[in-house]
Design a protein around this ligand. Structure first.
Ligand code: ZN
Ligand code: ZN
Length: 131
């Protein structure tokens, strides 16, 4: 499955399904995506089989979960494509929406749910974490 940025110059391909896959409603995910929530698909780093295009990075400190994220975005269009989280160094997070054509399976949990927009409804069988 391949995740691709908005302009198509940067992509990352994995050969496995996500080991953790959820949505986050925090303020920063809204800003990062320009959308109502972020979709975070985490894979073992060993699942990455190809990376194309140039990315730039910035570091974001997640205060509530007390970890640092190194975020990689396409240097041409700015789409956040993937990131690394200091608390789970063996995994890579990939922006779930960037798998638009790849048939990523349904997420299984919702985090920072207390900041979920009032008009967003989620499947009842998902795990829900207020923070
Ligand atoms: Zn791009
Ligand atoms: Zn978030």
């Amino acid at each position: 499955m391949t995740a691709t940025c908005a302009c198509g110059q940067a992509s990352i391909t994995v050969n496995a399904l996500p080991s953790m896959h959820g949505v986050c409603h925090c303020t920063n995910c809204k800003r990062r995506t320009g959308s109502a929530f972020g979709i975070s698909a985490y894979f073992d780093r060993t699942a990455v089989v190809q990376q194309r295009g140039e990315t730039k990075t910035y570091t974001f400190h997640h205060t509530a979960q007390n970890h640092d994220q190194e975020r990689h975005f396409c240097s041409h269009c700015g789409t956040t494509l993937f990131w690394f989280v200091s608390s789970v160094p063996e995994k890579i997070g990939i922006a779930g929406g960037c798998f638009a054509d790849a048939g990523l399976p349904e997420p299984s949990y919702s985090v920072t749910d207390r900041k979920r927009e009032s008009w967003v409804s989620l499947p009842q069988h998902w795990e829900v974490y207020a923070d």
